[in-house]
Design a protein around this ligand. Structure first.
Ligand code: ADP
Length: 222
């Protein structure tokens, strides 16, 4: 089943002086449960594509269709609801809240959704075990290694049970051994937990964990 579809996506960035066309007609179908890597040289538009596909940014033209629904037809409220509940995000620099401990960081999306944290006790515990941080659940981000912080970010992305995980260079800030652990965790989420994953990376080894590699060159899929 196709969960996410890009149809003839164009993205321009304009300043007073000029317009840069970053995406030049991207067509893509993402199947449920697929783990896809988006590769390409620096500046080729990988992150732009990820942001447009995940509704964080709007295409200049073309469509992004999620579960059969054109994102452009949704109002801001509906779009942000989809982003908060159907999509999970992982970034290179973790973006954890320093004043919250591991467990609290993971539960933050529940708070944003107005959900009762008490009902998620088992789920939080389960996710902490999946990412291997149960023993560190009371620690604060500054007490954790980079790899552990990324695990917290992954756990936070999982708490609302998203359909798609968008990851922008999730191992970009980690040494190769730690990066490999994170990639194995993503692979596990894909295979055991049936998550659809779209990961931007410039690293061939990272991409080797995915089912399919999409290469972007000059704004198009090669
Ligand atoms: P990649 O992720 O492949 O390194 P990006 O998608 O970040 O590439 O950027 C692609 C191109 O678009 C680059 O030339 C970048 O400078 C430009 N770009 C990205 N975001 C913006 C923006 N918000 N405003 C203007 N130009 C941008």
């Amino acid at each position: 089943m196709v969960v996410l579809k890009a149809q003839n996506l164009f993205k321009d960035y304009s300043t007073k002086e000029n317009t840069t066309r970053v995406l030049k007609g991207i067509n893509l179908e993402v199947n449920d449960g697929e783990f896809i890597s988006i590769m390409g040289q620096s500046g080729s538009g990988k992150s732009t594509l990820l942001y447009v596909l995940s509704g964080l940014d709007k295409p200049t033209s073309g469509k992004v269709i999620f579960n059969g629904e054109d994102l452009a037809t949704l109002n801001d409220e509906k779009l942000s609801k989809i982003r908060r509940t159907k999509f999970g995000f992982i970034f290179q620099f973790y973006n954890l809240v320093p004043l919250l401990n591991v467990e609290e960081n993971i539960m933050l999306p529940l708070e944003l959704e107005g959900l009762n944290k008490k009902n998620y006790k088992d789920k939080v515990e389960n996710i902490l075990k999946v990412v291997g941080l149960f023993d560190k659940r009371k620690k604060y981000p500054y007490q954790l290694s980079g790899g552990e912080q990324q695990r917290v970010a992954i756990a936070r992305a999982l708490i609302i049970d998203p359909q798609i995980i968008f990851a922008d260079e999730p191992t970009g800030n980690l040494d190769s051994k730690t990066g490999e652990e994170i990639l194995k965790l993503l692979l596990n989420l894909s295979k055991e937990h049936k998550k659809t994953i779209l990961m931007v990376t410039h690293d061939n080894y990272a991409a080797s964990f995915s089912d399919r590699i999409i290469k972007i060159k000059d704004g198009l899929i090669e």
